[in-house]
Ligand binder design. Structure first.
Ligand code: FAD
Length: 335
């Protein structure tokens, strides 16, 4: 790991925790800190040193008041500037670089979300260090565990960089909770206002009343076994509503147009670890398992008793989904 930048002069020392300080880069929207940022704070506390939460954008100060009450935060650093409202990496990464230099942070942690995946690689390049992605365990200040090959192998990697830049898998760390203490909030004086050559024009988000797929405690996912979009729309929403679950889908279902791209679970979709994952008409390809195998209880409905999904399922029903799903939905609704 990191052989390419391992200069002959590089020395590796284990620093005492008092010399460590971590910047937790948090996401917010609509005046609220986003759920995917709460495990970031927990991960940041694992290094043992001070944890500074970082928030940028128009709402940074009001969000800081919520964040200051979360367990493990030493200080909240804000940059109240609308230039960072859309978290454009071209301007956000230089903002982080200057604040990291000023604060002397040894670790920078963000979620392995679209935000983190957008900003942290650019930040790492600007600092000339290697990013460590999708971390599921922090062994010590320099040693991290992360899945590779779509979760088929687990690598333990050691970073020799002077600043460690991490994105963490949210499902691997518990969310930070509120405490009675309140951390100090400080407006940063460092705002390089790097020019952003990219203009934010608009965004179009899939709206849903159901729980968010990434953080839901229950997920029901549909696969190619549902045959078409009409069946998906007829069977999956009532099942999800009966359980109070979010809806997910396999890539085959997404590629066939049964479900929106944002619902894809797996290697190239979302990684979820709910209390309950119910797979309907999904074979259980490794790329799908990469996104859901850490779920607490996995239930599968498939007509093929040899489908690989049954190898990871805690409960399996070998049945035709077109009979089983309406019956299950009806029984759940009957209470
Ligand atoms: P299928 O494999 O076709 O399975 C359908 C299942 O439905 C079968 O097991 C069948 O027995 C069952 N079935 C059919 N009819 C019925 C019925 N009436 N009642 C009950 N059961 C029935 N896939 C993902 O899901 N997520 C990813 O992120 C992802 N990323 C990928 C990345 C790469 C680089 C590659 C190469 C592939 C990726 N894939 C991903 C695709 C993956 O390999 C599979 O092709 C896909 O997961 C299959 O989806 P499926 O299980 O819905 O379909």
């Amino acid at each position: 790991f990191r052989a390419s930048s391992l200069a002959a002069s590089t020395r590796y020392f284990v620093l005492p925790s008092r010399l460590l300080s971590t910047l937790a880069v948090l996401e917010h929207k609509g005046g609220k800190v986003l759920p995917q940022s709460l495990p970031v704070i927990t991960a940041a506390t694992r290094f043992g040193g001070d944890v500074t939460a970082f928030l940028a954008g128009t709402d940074a100060k009001s969000v800081a008041e919520q964040v200051a009450k979360l367990n493990g935060i030493t200080k909240v650093l804000t940059v109240s500037d609308r230039a960072y409202d859309k978290s454009m990496p071209e301007s956000y990464a230089p903002l982080l670089v200057e604040n990291i230099k000023q604060g002397g942070f040894t670790h920078v942690v963000s979620a392995h979300s679209a935000f983190g995946k957008n900003i942290m690689p650019r930040l790492s390049a600007l600092l000339d260090v290697q990013q460590i992605s999708d971390v599921t365990e922090i062994k010590d200040e320099a040693t991290f565990v992360r899945p590779i090959y779509a979760g088929n192998a687990i690598a333990t990697v050691k970073s020799l960089d002077n600043i460690k830049i991490l994105t963490i898998r949210g499902t691997a760390f518990p969310p930070a909770e509120e405490t009675l203490d309140t951390a100090a909030i400080e407006e940063s004086s460092i705002n390089p206002k790097a020019p952003c050559p990219t203009e934010w024009i608009s965004e179009s988000l899939a709206k849903s009343e159901r729980p968010d797929l990434g953080t839901a405690t229950k997920v029901v996912s549909g696969g190619r076994g549902l045959k078409d979009k009409e069946n998906f729309d007829k069977l999956m929403p009532p099942l999800a509503d009966a359980l109070g679950a979010a809806i997910g889908a396999s890539r085959a279902a997404v590629d066939s147009g049964f479900a929106d791209n944002s619902l894809q679970v797996g290697q190239t979709g979302k990684v979820v670890a709910p209390q309950l994952y119910l797979a309907v008409g999904i074979s259980g390809a490794i790329q799908h398992l990469a996104g859901m195998k850490d779920s607490k209880v996995i239930v599968a409905i498939n007509k093929d008793a040899d489908a690989p999904i049954f190898q990871v399922a805690d409960l399996g029903l070998v049945a035709d989904l077109f009979a089983a799903v309406p019956e299950l939905t009806e029984k759940l609704n009957a209470g």
